[in-house]
Design a protein around this ligand. Structure first.
Ligand code: PEP
Length: 233
């Protein structure tokens, strides 16, 4: 199982330190075998010791240079970061990243051996158009992506389920993950309003190898509970 926390634009450096101390302490004391990832805001990057893998929510496909407001490889290397989230719906739909830009970043970080958590997912109108339209849309998010990259983790996150409290039915998740399984042998995460109360049923769905959690991951206690549930599933 892979359980990943995406803080987005939440938490300060000090709050992240407290969180990581609690979560890493839990991972060690409970001897957690699952892979735990945390994606804090970049201002909170630090060395947190043994436990969760620290990842970047975003970076520019460059070592360093004149790209105001961006960070590159040098800044990631300083903290030993070798894991990156790419294609998140907020970067696609709010910040306007195109598939071309995302696949360029993908190729860059793949060439460096980074672990890439690659997010895909449809918006509500596509969902309403039915499964065939949905999978056709997903295909457009796979253009330029090496689906058999050895350090790839795919996160299926329906946009309409992110931060809304809405979750597809277990049958829908099962059916979409089965289709995704035909496209990759790499781990498949589900993301979108995962919380303590629905964690068990979601991680027990066929071809769900873990979860990517936003809002519900922000409280270390909640996140630890979710880790425990996944570990025991
Ligand atoms: C996310 O943004 O990746 C996410 C899954 O958010 P939430 O859990 O809040 O729906």
């Amino acid at each position: 199982m892979i359980i990943a926390a995406n803080f987005k634009t939440n938490k300060t450096r000090a709050q992240t330190r407290d969180y990581m101390d609690e979560v890493n302490g839990f991972i060690r004391s409970e001897n957690i075998k699952s892979e735990i990832m945390v994606f804090p805001p970049l201002t909170a990057f630090d060395n947190f010791g043994q436990g969760a893998t620290l990842g970047a929510q975003n970076a520019y496909a460059v070592e360093n240079g004149a790209f105001t407001g961006e960070i590159g490889l040098d800044q990631l290397k300083e903290f030993g970061i070798k894991t990156i989230l790419l294609g998140h719906s907020e970067r696609r739909h709010i910040l306007g990243e195109t598939q071309e830009e995302i696949s360029f970043k993908f190729a860059y970080f793949q060439s460096l051996g980074y672990q890439i958590v690659y997010c895909i997912g449809e918006q509500l109108e596509t969902r309403k158009a039915g499964k065939t339209a949905l999978m056709r849309y997903i295909e457009t998010q796979l253009v330029g992506i090496d689906m058999e990259y050895e350090n790839l983790v795919v996160a299926y996150e329906p946009v309409w389920a992110i931060g809304t409290g809405l979750v597809p039915s277990n049958e829908d998740i099962k059916s979409i993950h089965a289709d995704l399984r035909a496209k990759t042998s790499r781990p498949l995460l589900y993301g979108g309003s995962v919380k303590v109360s629905n964690m068990k049923e979601i991680v027990e769905i066929d071809n769900v190898d873990g979860v990517l959690v936003g809002g519900a991951s922000l409280y270390a206690g909640n996140f630890c509970e979710m880790i425990k549930i996944a570990e025991e599933a």
